[in-house]
Design a protein around this ligand. Structure first.
Ligand code: TRP
Length: 332
């Protein structure tokens, strides 16, 4: 029996936030020992909204370097760039024919992004969940670690897989979402009832993984707290303070309760400084390592080439099975 398979991806668009770090990247680390992991830079998803080409290319490499800097071991898992494995687009085309327009129109993220990018509601934006289904199903993944906002896409992936299997016979593993608890809950520093987002327009709302210490400290100093002066973990009543406690706990390895005790009786000012410092201390070595990897172009290029090759081998097998099932001629 082989290990179970895990699949996940991040888009190389926008700056990653500490929410992405705690929520996805760090959780992936714990999986690489136990599972056969595939982690992709989802640049094909990224172009469903407008991207500056040079920036997209640069961010793709930055993201790969970041994964490695955070401790993703390219020997243990398959780290690759989505567009380097052609089967993603090929399988997405086939899956399009078992997916209904109505289902895609109902997707929450599609509706949100259509509003946000009203001048660019392109077919790719609508098809985004089908491409994501193709990503996951190509590798016969059992588990898909994602944030809360992506669970609907994993649900539709399950529907598509089951539908395909029913129509053409057992082909795909039906995946399950692994909902990431902590990172899914890191909120904006300015509007703590909202998720911290890499595309927030308010530069003080999100802490980016590329922020230097000074910027991090400034953002935490300006973080919105709640009325009163108690440092207590009570998300409904005190969303701002609770969010800061969650961040502190995530970056120190403590629980929110332990953090609460530590700051009992202290003032908001001192508390915010301590949270900022915990974050800056953790990010500094990661940033240095990422910069080092980015300078080593030959190494990074090699990692991504062998990642793409490994992904390709699995993807090709699945696609060939799909083509056989649906009656595509594949030569004699
Ligand atoms: N849509 C995901 C996001 O924006 C990224 C993604 C693309 C993904 N393909 C995936 C996540 C497959 C999990 C599995 O967060």
């Amino acid at each position: 029996m082989g290990k179970g398979t895990v699949y996940s991806a991040i888009q190389p668009s926008g700056n990653l936030t500490i929410g992405n770090y705690v929520g996805s990247i760090r959780n992936w680390l714990t999986m690489q020992a136990e599972y056969d992991c595939f982690f992709a830079m989802a640049n094909m998803h990224a172009i469903t909204v407008r991207q500056e080409p040079a920036e997209l290319r640069r961010r793709t490499l930055e993201l790969a370097a970041l994964y490695i800097a955070c401790g993703i071991d390219p020997e243990k898992c398959t780290l690759y760039v989505q567009s380097q494995v052609p089967q993603h687009a090929e399988l997405a085309w086939v899956l399009n024919t078992v997916t209904y327009v109505g289902e895609m129109e109902r997707m929450t993220q599609f509706k949100d992004k259509s509003q946000k990018h009203a001048d660019n509601i392109n077919m790719g934006l609508m098809d985004y969940p089908v491409l994501m289904a193709a990503d996951i199903l190509l590798y016969q993944a059992e588990f898909v670690p994602v944030g809360q906002d992506q669970t609907q896409h994993v649900e539709i992936t399950r529907d598509i897989a089951v539908r395909f299997n029913n129509r053409f016979g057992e082909t795909f593993t039906v995946p399950k979402a692994l909902i990431l608890k902590q990172g899914a809950k890191i909120a904006s520093l300015q509007e703590p009832t909202k998720k911290m987002s890499k595309s927030d327009e308010n530069p003080n709302a999100s802490v980016y993984l590329t922020d230097d210490r000074e910027t991090i400290m400034r953002k935490f100093k300006r973080a919105v707290t709640d009325s009163g002066n108690e440092i207590r973990f009570a998300p409904d009543e005190k969303p701002g303070v609770s969010n800061l406690l969650t961040i502190y706990a995530s970056f120190t390895g403590k629980t929110a309760e332990e953090a609460e005790k530590e700051f009992a009786g202290k003032g908001y000012g001192e508390f915010k400084l301590a949270v900022g410092e915990a974050v800056a201390d953790k990010l500094a070595p990661v940033q240095a390592e990422q910069a080092r990897i980015l300078r080593d172009k030959a190494y990074l290029g090699g990692v991504l080439a062998s990642g793409a090759e490994r992904a390709y081998k699995t993807a090709r097998k699945t696609l060939s099975k799909v083509y056989r099932k649906i009656g595509f001629y594949q030569g004699e």
